[in-house]
Design a binder for this molecule. Structure first.
Ligand code: GLY
Length: 430
């Protein structure tokens, strides 16, 4: 079997790690790769957005499955090109990926489907958006409708911040095309949860819920990042909540997408807010989250490959649930100095022997590369993600933190408080 993974971050390293366990005899390929995927998969010097080259290569090599990590290639139609050529691909079409690539479409879909989400309005005109903010006041959220590399949602605590975000997006074009249309929505109070479901477009196969930590600073302070750490499972994401999310959110969303002629097949990521009125959708993404994937997949006992292959071949989901290992996984992200602003590259990385991968500790690579001398160097903002698996969340947190501390590179930064809300709850539990 030949499996191609598109993308080369920590999420893709985790996908590769899991799929290799599911099919040790398969041949794996990855676009570009990183310092951690080197040796696990053959690196292809192809750009993830060069759809014709990727499909041509996959056809010539008779690739059995292509798994798409990032949203960018999906938003420009990677799956459409593969499907037209009869190549099995795990990931939604461009039309279905609009659930992430157009926040305006996602909100309109949710409104039509009666899916609980914050009240909103969409604007292309700065004066109209300004008037709306003045009428509703702060706190309020301003979102670029298009893809903005995780930086397009601005939670504004004051009216002035909201007006500034509108000015930047609609008048100054700071976010380019992505910000030509904005969604202004009410602020939702609560705790966030990331829920991944594998879907054939009709039914869902839910994964355990995870929680991301988007701010750079401990105690959830400072600017937003792509995610500085995650843990799973989340106690609040138990069976009763999951049943409700399936009934009130996931199935109506999938039905509305089918009605729109955009059936969604692949991985649907529901970013939920657990409000006093129940779970509400903050956003949908059309792919696995990063770094939640690095926390969720180490706990998955059953095959990921099997349902992925079925969905990619157009089959309906037949298994009713995935099976999970007991315990908890906690992931700490190590970032380059300066991240999420401009950051340095090329720092030498040292991973001590005792921190190297074992059954309950994984070091997933994101922004790393092998140096010509064979060592490891930093190449990105988020450099590594260290996941520890343990019987308790507290133990997983300790191990992940200790491993993160033991890895060395100039400018390294990481949060020592990943999982803090849940850890406080566990500490307070009888
Ligand atoms: N962790 C947030 C995301 O993947 O979008």
């Amino acid at each position: 079997m030949k499996i191609l993974i598109i993308g080369n971050g920590g999420r893709e390293h985790a996908l590769l790690w899991k799929l290799r366990q599911d099919s040790p005899a398969a041949d794996f390929y990855i676009t570009r790769g990183n310092g951690g995927t080197a040796g696990l998969a053959t690196e292809l010097p192809l750009d993830p957005t060069d759809l014709a080259a990727l499909a041509g290569w996959a056809e010539s090599q008779r690739v059995d499955l292509t798994v798409v990590g990032p949203e960018g290639p999906l938003a420009i139609g990677l799956a459409d090109v593969f499907i037209r050529r009869g190549l099995p691909v795990f990931g939604p079409t461009k039309g279905a990926a609009a659930i992430e690539s157009s926040k305006a479409y996602a909100k309109d879909l949710m409104q039509r489907a009666g899916v609980p989400t914050a009240k909103y309005q969409t604007f292309t005109d700065a004066a109209a958006a300004t008037a709306y903010v003045r009428k509703h006041g702060a706190p309020i959220v301003v979102k670029a409708s298009g893809l903005a590399a995780g930086k397009g949602a601005v939670v504004c605590t004051t009216e002035a911040e909201a007006l500034e975000a509108i000015r930047e997006m609609l008048s100054e074009g700071t976010f380019g095309e992505a910000g030509r249309e904005v969604v202004v929505e009410s602020f939702m109070e609560g705790e966030e949860l990331s829920l991944f479901v594998l879907t054939d477009g009709h039914d869902v196969l839910p994964m355990i819920a995870a929680q991301d930590h988007k701010r750079i600073g401990e105690g959830d302070t400072g600017p937003n990042t792509g995610g500085m750490g995650a843990y799973a499972p989340v106690d609040r994401g138990g069976d009763a909540l999951m049943d409700r999310v399936r009934r009130e959110i996931l199935l109506p969303t999938l039905a509305a997408m089918r009605e729109d002629g955009r059936p969604f097949q692949g991985l649907l990521y529901a970013g939920l807010m657990l409000t006093a009125d129940g779970p509400m959708v903050v956003e949908f993404n059309c792919r696995f989250g990063d770094p939640e994937t690095q926390a969720v997949l180490p706990l998955l006992a059953s095959s990921l490959l099997e349902p992925m292959l079925g969905i990619a071949r157009g089959d309906t989901i037949t298994t009713s649930s995935l099976s999970w290992k007991p315990g908890f996984a906690l992931t700490t992200v190590l970032a380059a100095g300066g991240y999420p602003g401009p950051y340095e590259k090329g720092a030498e990385i040292t991973i001590p022997g005792e921190t190297l991968e074992s059954e309950d500790l994984m070091v997933f690579h994101a922004g790393t590369a092998r140096s010509p001398e064979g060592g490891l160097i930093t190449t990105g903002g988020r450099v590594l993600a260290v996941t520890a698996v343990a019987p308790s969340l507290a133990r997983a947190a300790e191990r992940s933190r200790a491993a993160a501390a033991s890895i060395r590179f100039a400018g390294k930064q990481f949060r020592r408080d990943i999982g803090w809300r849940e850890l406080e709850r566990h500490a307070g539990a009888p």
